[in-house]
Ligand binder design. Structure first.
Ligand code: DLL
Length: 445
């Protein structure tokens, strides 16, 4: 199936939405970051008792910071800090002065709540608009927004960013997948926003209805909110006929639009005028050299309601400050391999679900729908890969396919696994973030 990819440029010839900000010389950007970092520390010190106590113990105030690198003197903030201060304990503004709250679903009890002032929302819309533009969306585009609306930041974040860009938003949210296909066709969607796994579910629903979305007007997809492999990108582009771009963000820091790919697709530009990015060794907390993998740590530089100091994202990635061909000077985060929490250790070998995905996706007889089932045998973790066959594949060939996949996973990821091939349609389709791992260890413990 050859992808029909339309040119990314439309009416506007410009390459940057905010040229003076996106192409600012790095020294100037660093100076701006330092000023804003100091202000952020003061905002936290003055208005958040928990953070004030921490800054006092670290003996740091804003004016003690002379270089951006001095950020390493500041204490980390963890997700558990948000839970421990539930619901509003880390807010730097009284809740009555805020304009919006979002929250995560909280699988382990209390959810994490994040708040925004009107100015925070304004900045978020700006940064998301910047992200759309970098990805190739333009004023006048029809943005089919299938990110979930509600407490999740995806829906409203992508919505207001598209409006700020001057695009036309179709606020469908996730779910009712067959109807999504109809609306995309009837309204002539040119941009699709969804998780990568939901983009595939939409592609599948279209194919089942005999509709070829590649013949429609889709041009660009902004996909994020979950890890996805390069192989998944190829698959999505082939089935939807669009250019699939990676967008990153997290509620604790803002929501979608913290970083986004440009047309060069050589990493996601992290918007450094509003965020300070570090990569640390997750074990020791020490900074790792540029280009080395580690945990992404983000400090907000302009957030009023919820200033975050050195927030440990748990996301594993690498960073480069090398110049990008697009002319943007903001650093690039390389594709997020996965979350620290999702890393599996199978007989001493570390593996992320997205690495297994890269082996599965694109194999002719397999569908890109899978789950990893983790169990414990004695003291060792074991993994079973459950993956669907393409529709129409003869069941008699399942055993051979399973053997072949187990071998490929062993060679490419270094882990031994059991593989179960399932009939087409057996793995639950996501409407938002896909559940890639079924962890049966906790139940057994
Ligand atoms: O997922 C915000 C978002 C919405 C981003 C829509 C992009 C598009 P949370 O629900 O707080 O916020 O989840 C944040 O999702 O720490 C990563 O682990 C993961 N994540 C987000 N974007 C990507 C991406 C939204 N492009 C968590 N690649 C983050 C890999 C991603 N993982």
């Amino acid at each position: 199936m050859a992808a029909v990819i339309r040119p990314i440029e439309t009416s506007a010839p410009a390459r940057h939405l905010h040229p003076e900000l996106e192409t600012m010389p790095r020294e100037q950007l660093r100076a701006l970051q330092l000023r804003r970092l100091r202000d952020t520390i003061e905002n936290a010190y003055e208005n958040v008792p928990t953070l004030r106590r921490r800054l006092q113990s670290a003996r740091v105030r804003g004016n003690d910071l002379h270089f951006v690198e001095d950020v390493a003197r500041l204490p980390f903030t963890l997700k558990s800090d948000l839970r421990d201060n539930y619901p509003f304990g880390l807010f730097a503004r009284p809740v009555g002065e805020l304009a919006r709250l979002h929250a995560s679903s909280g699988t382990t009890g209390k959810s994490t709540v994040v708040g925004y002032t009107a100015q925070d929302l304004d900045q978020w819309a700006d940064l998301m608009a910047r992200s759309y533009f970098a990805a190739g969306a333009r004023r006048g585009d029809i943005v089919h927004n299938a990110y979930g609306y509600g407490l999740f930041t995806g829906g409203l974040g992508a919505h207001y960013g598209a409006e700020r860009l001057g695009a036309v938003v179709v606020p469908v949210s996730g779910g009712a997948t067959e109807r999504q296909v109809t609306l995309m066709q009837d309204f002539g969607a040119t941009v699709l926003c969804s998780t990568p796994s939901y983009a595939l579910a939409i592609a599948e629903a279209a194919e089942q209805q005999g509709i070829d979305l590649r013949m429609g007007k889709l041009r660009v997809g902004l996909f994020g909110a979950e890890p996805w492999s390069a192989a998944m990108r190829v698959e999505i582009e082939a089935r939807l006929g669009l250019k699939a771009m990676d967008v990153y963000g997290l509620s604790e820091i803002m929501g979608p639009g913290v970083a986004c790919e440009c047309e060069c697709r050589a990493g996601l530009h992290g918007w450094e005028d509003h965020f300070l990015f570090e990569v640390i060794d997750p074990e020791t907390g020490a900074p790792v050299p540029e280009g080395h993998a580690g945990e992404l740590v983000i400090t907000t530089l302009t957030k009023q309601a919820l200033p975050m100091i050195r927030y440990r994202t748990r996301d594993i990635t690498r960073i480069t400050t090398a110049p990008c061909d697009c002319g943007r000077t903001h650093l690039r985060i390389l594709r997020i391999t996965g979350r620290n929490d999702d890393m599996l250790i199978i007989r001493g070998v570390n593996v992320y679900p997205s690495q297994v995905e890269a082996v599965i996706v694109g194999r002719p007889q397999l569908a890109p729908h899978y789950q990893l089932v983790v169990t414990r045998e004695g003291i060792l973790d074991e993994v079973r890969i459950e993956v669907e066959a393409q529709p129409g594949v003869d069941r008699a060939t399942y055993t051979g396919m399973a053997r072949e996949l187990a071998h490929a996973v062993k060679v490419q990821c270094g882990i031994s696994s059991a593989v179960t091939i399932l009939d087409a349609g057996s793995v639950a389709r996501s409407q938002g973030k896909a559940v890639r791992v079924r962890d049966l260890r906790k139940k057994e413990a």
